[in-house]
Every structure is written in C-alpha cells, then in structure tokens.
Design a protein around this ligand. Sequence first.
Ligand SMILES: *[C@@H]1O[C@H](CO)[C@@H](O)[C@H](O)[C@H]1NC(C)=O
Length: 332
Amino acid sequence: MHSSKSALLAALASLAATAQGRLLIHLPLNETSGTRANDWSGSNLHGTYVNGPQLQGSNGARLDGVNDYIQLPNNILRNLGSLTASIEVNIRPEQTGQYFVYGLGNTARETGFGYGYLFATGDPQLRVGITPTHWDFEAEVRTNRPLPRNIWKTITFTIEAANGGRLGLYDDGRYIAGRTNTLPITAPGLINSGATVNNYIGRSVFQLDKYLAGSVRNFRLYDNVLSANEIAALHRPQTQPTQPTQPTNPTQPRPEDRVTTALTSISIPNSDNIRGNINLPATSNGLAIRWETSDSSVVRVNGLVTRPVGRDATVVLTARVSTDGLLLPLLG
Ligand SMILES: *[C@@H]1O[C@H](CO)[C@@H](O)[C@H](O)[C@H]1NC(C)=O
C-alpha cells in the first residue's frame, strides 16, 4: 500500500486548481491548421507558427529543424520576479549542434548573440539558465546528460530571484537539481526592463544556433514557482497501450496495482485553469470512480462549475476507486 502513495499525491495535485502561481500562458500547440498557436490561459497571449511547422494536433507541432519556430508575444517576462516555465518536447535523432528548446529574451542586433534571456536546451547536456546580459553570466542548472531522442519529455524550469535566488529543473515532473553555478539570478522581468522581442519556442536567441528538430506541445508560463506537487502534475504519463480484451498474461495485476493505475491515469483537461464545466470521468482503467468535492458551490461532483465572482477558487476533487473490497482514497 505504501508504494502507491506518491502516485496518489501526484494525481491529487493535477485535480486541484493552481494555488501557487497564476498561469500566464498555456499554448497546447495542438492545432491542426492555421498560423495561430492559441493561448488557453485566458490571457490572450497567442503565439504564431512561423515557416510552416507541421501541426499534428495532440502530437504537437513538428518543427523541421531548418527554420520552423513559434514566436511568442513581446514582453512576456515583464514584471516577473519569479516564474515556472514548462514544455513537452520530443527531439528527433537528427538534432545536432547548439540550439534552444525555447529562448525568451533578446538578440543583440550588432552581434546576433543573445543578450538578456532565459532558455532550455537538451545538448550537450540538458541545461536551463538565465542571464541579464551575455552567455557568460548565465546562472544555470546543468545536468550531466543530453535529452533523449524520440521520446516526449516534460521539462520544467523554475526561477526565483528573491531571497538569494533559486533555480530548479524538473524532468517529467521530478526534481533533478537546483542551480549548479554561483552567478547571481536575475529577476526575469528585469531583462531589458521587461522589453523582450525574441521570445521563441524551437529557436535560439543566438542567430547562428540550430533550430529545434523535434515536436513541442503544452508550453506553460506561470508567474511564480509552483509547488513540487503542481510541477509533478504538469507531467502527463504517456497514454498506456490499450489492454487486450482477453488477458493473455496468466498473472492478474494485484488489486492495489489496478487501483493505483486507475487513479494515476485519471486526467482532467485544463484542471489548472478551469473556465467551464469539467468532464469528470466515471471510470478509469475499467474501475468505477466516485467523486467528492471540497466545495460544491464551485464544482459539483457531476462536473458542473459555478465560477466564483471576482476571485480564484481552489477546489479539491477527490476520486475514490475500489476493487475487490479495497478502497483507496486519492485524498485521505
Ligand atoms: C487543444 O487543447 C485545449 C486545451 O487543453 C483543448 O481544450 C482543446 O480541445 C484542444 N484542441 C484540439 C483540437 O485538440
């Protein structure tokens, strides 16, 4: 029973509305046509697909590695003292050279070099950083391995400038490391006093760098450092292969494993920023779910939402799943 605990906590976080930070931008990058990358955060900070990436719906935007990228609106870092940036990326084996998965900041006109920016890259090691000026002032989190190819990875970067500064890097929702050098951490909003025009997904702020040869989806930017549970919830486990109708494996999964799988595979679209009614699934992994709500005046167990006027609300939805007499609460 103890082994299922962390899965339960992660699932819980994905069902709670965001408490620690406001979602400023959410680009699912799930369009199938057009040039607009819609922002679902409610901020109207839409992106633009440039040079015709292949738009593959829930498989994200496939960038060709030649010149495709997504342009984000100007000045998106303005006023931010801290942030959480998260993206799902699937790099292809053909990726070479220096490149950014995303770069937010400015390019110096005279040199074509980045000047004041934050970034994530997968090579030669997975690395994130922020600098108020040149690359040699990058406060960074550097790992010891590159991003793997041909697999979706959720990369989350947290920056806090206050209290001596703090950086965090998370791989598939799990904390990897904090800052690995001693350079000062700039508040993102202080980069060029908030005026940034080279805000890109799939492109570096250094003109001579390579473009991203990979697919991207679910870029999110929050105005604060999210909690560990909230960051864990940004990672969606890859959808499991469908179960064969006649199990060929003679060993049946243990009931508690079935329950854990059922709980961890529950997902609620947009749970961090709920604007309409929620579709609360009635079953998961073949098991019935019983829903409970901490505040039925905001969210009812049938998913009907009454948005509170003039404030955000955090409602904890509890899913209970049981099998063979075993009852596991998602939130105890
Ligand atoms: C794109 O993602 C948003 C937010 O998750 C979702 O509401 C919408 O239905 C998706 N659109 C497509 C075409 O899948």
